[in-house]
Design a protein around this ligand. Structure first.
Ligand code: IMP
Ligand code: ZN
Length: 370
């Protein structure tokens, strides 16, 4: 169950009500940089995909898998097996393209102007899907959505899963390089999966090859406790962004602060996976007040039942962020996208237009009322 956001005096004064805050957040242009495709599939889209497969037992298994997770005691450990069921739903190219189009539509309807979708190319022997046909199916979805939802620019990040071998990761990077050159839509690679599986040594050659080819790199890092050596070794690869950064030791924190490496922050994901106890205890506050680059993201909006607008509203209600602060937060994200300079220029203009049309006042530093 998601933590309930209580109304408070700040919220009433700054926005009126939580609903007014949420409506401001929906209206605000936003950038989503950490969204896993299969974790972002909404309940509605999953039901449509299951219907298309015509397998009622899958519908039942999917519902009880999600319910089982909601009741499980140790959330992050139980989180990864969830995908076994979701992958049954998206085990072919047609389903992947459909899931991509629907998911982009949902982000677009939520006011996301620029989206970096990420996904792990996953072969399926049963259906004949290969890593390449999987990635191409997503690109087909992105191209189709660029017509149905032209207000949202979408780029793709290919993920390496920590359960993969060095060879398999290198294959994915080669695929990313090939698709980057062919379409310009693939902009980077990610490292994700169960944080205790694999070691940085396994992934380093693939990360190195990606960087040498001009792909950007984001890595899930320090998502849980007691993986300090792994985090340290991952940071030695000089990622362009990291995801979570929940349990950074002093050394890792100094490294990130000194290099100003942006951190993708997923509030609801961390609270529901119980790596952070409450929103109020989230490391976002410390990073924000140190003026470290952060980007609010959803991680897996389908599994967590959240939206990017909600993540902004939760941050505002928890850390007393005013409209100017939220605007500043979303505006800064433009600088951390993996898209081209031209893409950034277009986004900067869009944010400036929003500021002028909506009377957003001059930003004078984070509200430190909390
Ligand atoms: P996919 O890559 O589109 O299949 O998205 C689902 C996959 O993303 C999962 O199997 C995980 O490997 C990965 N994933 C999603 N959320 C997290 C997270 O919070 N930490 C690490 N990996 C994640
Ligand atoms: Zn993630």
């Amino acid at each position: 169950m998601k933590e309930k956001i209580e109304s408070n005096a700040f919220l009433t004064e700054a926005y009126g009500s939580y609903d007014d805050l949420l409506s401001f957040c929906k209206h605000l242009p936003k950038i989503e940089l950490h969204a896993h495709l299969n974790g972002s599939i909404s309940k509605e889209t999953a039901i449509q995909l299951i219907d298309r497969k015509g397998d009622p037992s899958l519908a039942q298994r999917w519902a009880s898998t999600l319910e089982g997770w909601a009741n499980a005691a140790s959330k992050l450990d139980d989180f990864f097996p969830l995908f076994k069921c979701i992958y049954e739903i998206t085990n072919n190219e047609e389903a992947i393209t459909y899931a991509t189009i629907q998911t982009i539509g949902e982000f677009s309807d939520d006011g996301v102007t620029y989206l970096e979708l990420r996904s792990t190319p996953r072969p399926n022997l049963g259906t004949g899907m290969t890593k390449a046909s999987y990635a191409n199916a997503i690109l087909k979805g992105i191209q189709s959505a660029s017509k149905s939802h032209p207000s949202t620019t979408v780029r793709l990040i290919l993920s390496l899963d920590r359960r993969e071998s060095t060879e398999s990761c290198l294959d994915t990077v080669d695929l990313a390089i090939q698709l980057k050159n062919k379409t310009g839509l693939v902009v980077g690679i990610d490292l994700c999966g169960p944080p205790t599986d694999g070691t940085a040594v396994v992934f380093a050659p693939a990360i190195k090859r990606a960087k040498e080819s001009g792909l950007k790199v984001t890595l899930h890092a320090a998502e849980i406790q007691n993986i300090d050596t792994d985090t340290q070794n991952l940071l030695l690869t000089s990622p362009d962004r990291i995801g979570h950064g929940t349990f950074l030791n002093t050394h890792a924190k100094t490294h990130l602060l000194t290099s100003s490496t942006p951190i993708e922050i997923c509030l609801t994901s961390n609270v529901l996976c119980k790596t952070v106890e409450t929103y109020a205890q989230h490391h976002l506050q410390g990073l924000l007040f140190q003026d470290h680059p952060v980007i609010l993201c959803t991680d897996d909006k389908g599994v967590f039942g959240s939206s990017l607008s909600e993540e902004y509203a939760i941050a505002a209600a928890t850390f007393q962020l005013r409209k100017e602060d939220l605007y500043e937060l979303s505006r800064r994200a433009v600088e951390f996208v993996f898209g081209s300079e031209e893409c950034k220029r277009t986004l900067r203009n869009e944010w400036e237009r929003f500021r002028q049309n909506n009377g957003i006042g001059k930003w004078t530093g984070w509200n430190r009322g909390v």
